[in-house]
Write a protein that binds this ligand. Sequence first.
Ligand code: AMP
Ligand code: MG
Length: 522
Amino acid sequence: MITLRFDNSFVRELPGDPETGAHRRQVRAALYSRTHPTPVPAPRLVAYSPEVATFLGFSPEDLADPSFAQVFGGNALLEGMEPYAANYGGHQFGNWAGQLGDGRAITLGEILDARGERWELQLKGAGPTPYSRGADGRAVLRSSIREFLCSEAMHHLGVPTTRALSLVATGEPVMRDMFYDGHPRPEPGAVVCRVAPSFIRFGSFELPAARGDTALLSQLVDFTIRRDFPELLDGTDVTEQVRSEFFGQVCERTARMIAHWMRVGFVHGVMNTDNMSVLGLTIDYGPYGWIDDFDPDWTPNTTDADQRRYRFGNQPRIALWNLNRLANALVPVFDSLEPLRAGLERYLAAFDQANRAGIAGKLGLAEGRDEDVALMQALHALLQAAEVDMSIFFRELAEVDPRVPNLDPLRAAFYDPEKMKRAEPEFNDWLARYAARLRSDPASPGERRARMRAANPRYVLRNYLAQEAIDRAEQGDDAGILELREILRRPYEDQPGRERFAMRRPDWARNRAGCSMLSCSS
Ligand code: AMP
Ligand code: MG
């Protein structure tokens, strides 16, 4: 196996828990606990990401070597790995939840790749840590497949995200009560190795702040800036000015991430502050889902079915709420509140800008104007009322000449032919409005089409597609995972022969668990 170049700055520079072992505890004055992965009986490499493996420096021989599954299943450490579980808190569903921490994630170390870029390797499902609370520290195959496929799919869609190196089946059953109805059953277990420059979360700052540990908070802020935002440093000191810019950057990155989610129809499902990356990466894939029929009120997360706090259309607001929690946590390291207020304003401005860019792309316009936001809102209302598939509609809209009002080319996007017939006059009015707007856009029809095809994916990880791959894998057939991984590497290209993967959600999947409803049980 290759020798990776480790540079474990987090454990080197920050204070850790003096206690060892995975017994559950409150960990104060420390940002992590050294914890080893718990070995599994039969680690088997199910899938990997070729791109991630390549930039980390793994050769095909490394991937084929049985030791790869041993390491990334949690049974062995490579020279230079210093595993730990991070300590952080968070607001869950709007309430302060206190200490949470990596209950089933264990960071193996930080490596520097050939270009000198830093990547933290983290196993998810690697066994108990001091932060596992009442749970087992494991992950089931179904949720691991979902994390592996979705994080890679998001990357190829151009959405900021953590990546996934590998998916390893453990050969060990995990007990889960999938519906929380008192019927736990054994499910196959798995470990994903996820990869990001940093896994520091909003909640990483909230915990020391909530405990009044300003020294620790300040140390973490400085560390994060130096390691993850070095471009902000002008000289060696982390000044108030640099901290202000740091918070502003977090706000802007978060805004851009959310605008991408809205563009592609992704619903995170658990936007708790412990699941918000300070780098503005999509992180912690759990009961997420993809919009089939356009519905801003939809949430995939059954745990959130009543409140719908994390519904599709609420994500921009929730991100701002979360940034407010982060701002509150950072108050002690600022001399005045002004930079924090200014950062939150930057969220609004950056979201507006990124959202307009998203709208412009989706409609094939050179720029997104005020009137285009209204034009898109009007379309959203129609899509929702007529039960129209978001991905298919926008993709096919590129092929429509709006000067010739005719819904037929968009037929494949409608779930209900009756609703389509009833909505036809309104859609035709909207197409006329769109045609009028296009007349004031300098782009040629060819340019419009090219823009739209670059902003509106043909292939997304529809909930039922992931579930089909899971069903097959649970029967011992991994081919469905590999097929989706391949398709989702080129989401903006039409892939002849793979039309099935771009179709409307079939009827059988409308109300099936895993396809339209997911629980946090994973
Ligand atoms: P999540 O909603 O998946 O981000 O998880 C919230 C918190 O619960 C985090 O602190 C997780 O580490 C922890 N957690 C979730 N599932 C498990 C598990 N199976 N074992 C231990 N901790 C878990
Ligand atoms: Mg989490």
